[in-house]
Design a protein around this ligand. Sequence first.
Ligand code: MN
Length: 388
Amino acid sequence: MADHATVKTALKAQVIETPSWGYGNSGTRFKVFAQQGVPRDPFEKLDDAAQVHAATGVAPFVSLHIPWDKVEDYAALAAHAEERGLTLGAINSNTFQDDDYKLGSVAHPDPKVRRKAVDHLLECVDIMDATGSRDLKLWFADGTNYPGQDDIVARQDRLFEALSEVYARLGEDQRMILEYKFFEPAFYTTDVPDWGTSYAHCLKLGDRARVVVDTGHHAPGTNIEFIVAFLLRERKLGAFDFNSRFYADDDLMVGSADPFQLFRILHEVAKNGGFAPEAQVAFMLDQCHNIEAKIPAVIRSVMNVQEATAKALLVDTDALRCAQQAGDVLGANAVLMDAYNTDVRPLLREVREEMGLHPDPLAAYRASGWQERIVAERVGGLQAGWGA
Ligand SMILES: [Mn+2]
């Protein structure tokens, strides 16, 4: 087994980014169920994110989504974050909630719509300048529903032209991270459907363009850890959007549907140096909490990532290499399974105590009284949610 002191040091240094939209009301295709105490503006979302960081000690970054998190004064928002020990993370663009985008955004056949979409992306870079965010996270709903609807190659040309213009606007310390998703809302072709398409565009754009792996954006049976290993080898893995899926893009809590898959992914991250700061891989959650309490759900998700990370770090890499080189199929597999089957909860309790935290983050949150306070205080106003 790996040395426990080293594993603990790595766990203490872990950084997880939580999404502002995870704290607001979200829903299924059919219904958004409102919860009491939900934030009414981006400032209150940060207040909730601060509770997650206070309970776990490893979630200081918060992703924003524009326009859902639009404010008058982004420097004030950044200051509000800093006062709570938080840092503003990736700026997520939105080119999918406007009537103009019915046939796409940056790949739309009409140059006027493409201009509007690119202008929005450029506005997001302006916001990054004000918030100090490093990453512009792009996901496009662009695609077609029917064979013959549009020219597949022409759409790639338009996409690349838009990406190039935005890439040229980035500052030296800023990055573009491009997410893929195999289908939905487009059902025939999607313009960035897979890691290969994202990788090809990022390769042409330059060093500061990288791929985002959203764990819920693959066809069933896809070997996500292979993609992760490949992208790390090429230094093109920019970020994870963690969540879980049983069927399609379910956006359930990470590690809930398939903790073994999460372990396999994080084993490749650990093995290939992806946790090192210089690898510049951002570990983000991208989830919705539709029926469960939101702040505890984010805490649970952070804990799930920590548990899978601990198991991945416990893999005896020397024994694994020896078994692999000896062609010992069962021995190599057993090394991985030994780590996966370790109960790491006592180790994580120790890590938290050494960090000056409560060993049980969910108990710490319950004891904080925050939930009762926001239910009592956040009365009136419009709750934040999709489109707000
Ligand atoms: Mn995502």
